[in-house]
Design a protein around this ligand. Structure first.
Ligand code: GAP
Length: 472
């Protein structure tokens, strides 16, 4: 056991949001957007490591939901949304949170976030009655600004899936049950964004709309709840920190017959990470019905029946029905926050020093391997490190970093903090004849993030070794 062997995880210390925010800024995961101008509330930017983590999480979702199944297609629909889509989806009328004003300090709050009936800022209980505040961002489209020239930034990615249902069905010849998956930005003008990237105004969703025969929807709902909880566990979230919450009737969205939220134990409490709703035939039904009405108004359709577009025809039974839909909808940003929360660990080393380590799953790690020449000005070491980096980069695992800062201790500390699973050090023994040469071969030191153990590996075996480590 070396003097630096970790002795104990400081498990009594619950994860603190301030520690996470500080790490994210210090190491380049997440920054307040436009911070040189004082920021924009509820809007964040992802830095060099944040974008890698986020992309890895999205890729893991896409792999599991699209590639590893045979019943799901992908889609990337537009963010700018025709107002009629959001009118007929019910969002114009109902996508609102209850808002109250504090008469004393003039601040505004979400009524259901107010504690003990008092303003969070000044403590006054002189609050207005709650009134609905629609959370959709409106924007104008085209050079003429009039009452009709507006569109919305989509508040959920789902509607782009519903409006493309016919296109996907016709271009892929799918039959029920099948799904359409999409990852993309959504926008909500939250009354009180808070808790870092947990509740923001611009965020990303990973949504699947899984279309099923009416009557099979309850079974599919159950299956998807189980599948989604399992998936979050595979991303490293502990079972103890995940809870399936069945929404009560008065908590359901306007489109839902039943919703199960997957809650995660974030630093600020147990809160929603993903929602899995049984949206019934609400959306396809509503868009079909309104297609019919719109088309009739425009007198473009002669046959009323054929105007109901978002349906599936059973040619044998000669029937046409609107499918039901099960919707697992996960927030990418909340996923990133959950992963960082779970992985953040403070350890006390045998020598009394502390280390922070992000024990993130290798497939999510922003940097897969750091290759470190022991001396930054030594040409032979640097060029060997460059050649190792090139070889490993070609494996297609993700980012392999050549870390040429010359201070090995600092490099290890930095890579522990950002969750790099392994560091490879090219040292003088790599280049010289020594007892560390394995059967006359050049060797490097491989150091593991979680255990800090080190071993020597032959350079010629590195690619295979790393491939095995990352399970590819
Ligand atoms: N299409 C269904 C839908 O949008 P939702 O429960 O409103 O359902 C789904 O949102 C997921 O999107 C949530 O579970 C959460 O992870 C994420 N999400 C929603 N609002 C968010 C916000 N303001 N900031 C960050 N993530 C948010």
């Amino acid at each position: 056991m070396s003097a630096k062997t970790p002795m104990a995880e400081d498990s009594t210390k619950s994860k603190n949001m301030n520690d996470l925010v500080a790490l994210c800024k210090r190491r380049g995961f997440i920054f307040q957007s436009a911070d040189i101008y004082g920021g924009l509330q509820g809007v964040y930017d992802y830095g060099p490591l944040g974008v890698e983590l986020k992309n890895n999480l999205k890729a893991a979702w896409w792999r599991s939901v699209v590639y590893e199944r045979d019943d799901v297609e992908g889609l990337d629909a537009a963010i700018l949304s025709n107002k009629l889509v959001l009118r007929y989806s019910g969002h114009e009328a109902t996508f609102a949170d209850p808002m109250v004003d504090c008469r004393k300090c003039k601040s505004r709050w979400r009524a259901d976030h107010i504690k003990n009936g008092r303003c969070e800022k000044c403590g006054s209980d002189d609050l207005t009655e709650a009134r609905p505040f629609n959370m959709m961002f409106k924007t104008t489209v085209g050079p003429i600004v009039d009452e009709e020239s507006y569109a919305y930034l989509r508040p959920e990615t789902a509607q782009g899936i519903f409006t493309n249902f016919r296109n996907v069905l016709d271009s892929t010849s799918r039959r029920l049950p099948f799904g359409i998956a999409q990852i993309g930005k959504a926008f909500r003008n939250e009354i009180t964004p808070r808790n870092f990237i947990f509740r923001v105004r611009e965020f990303e969703q990973m949504e699947l709309e899984f279309f099923v025969e009416p009557g099979t929807d309850d079974d599919w709902h159950k299956k998807w709840v189980e599948a989604r909880i399992d998936w979050w566990k595979q991303q490293g979230l502990a079972s103890d920190n995940l809870v399936a919450y069945h929404q009560k009737a008065d908590e359901l969205s306007h489109y839902s017959k039943a919703t199960v939220d997957i809650l995660y134990r974030f630093p600020h409490g147990l809160e929603e990470l993903e929602g899995i709703a049984n949206r019934t035939d609400f959306d396809l039904g509503s868009h079909s019905k309104n297609q019919k009405e719109l088309n009739l108004k425009a007198k473009v359709m002669e046959n009323n029946d054929s105007t109901a577009k978002l349906t599936v025809r059973d040619t044998e039974a000669n029937t046409e029905s609107v499918p039901f839909v099960i919707e697992p909808s996960a927030g990418v940003d909340r996923g990133v926050l959950a992963i960082i929360t779970e992985a953040y660990t403070e350890e006390t080393l045998e020598n009394g020093n502390k280390r922070i380590v992000l024990k993130i799953k290798p497939h999510l790690a922003p940097i897969k391997v750091a290759v470190i020449p022991l001396a930054r000005n030594n040409e032979a070491l640097v060029s060997k490190a460059e050649s190792i980096k090139k070889t490993l980069q070609a494996l297609g695992l993700g980012r392999i970093l050549l870390e040429n800062t010359g201070n090995i201790g600092k490099a290890y500390r930095r890579h522990d903090e950002v969750g790099t699973p392994i560091c490879i050090t090219v040292d003088f023994e790599t280049m010289t004849e020594s007892e560390n040469k394995i059967a006359g071969e050049e060797t490097v030191t491989v150091r593991y993030r979680d255990t800090m153990k080190q071993e020597r590996i032959a350079v010629s075996k590195l690619a295979d070794y790393v491939r095995k480590f990352f399970n590819v």
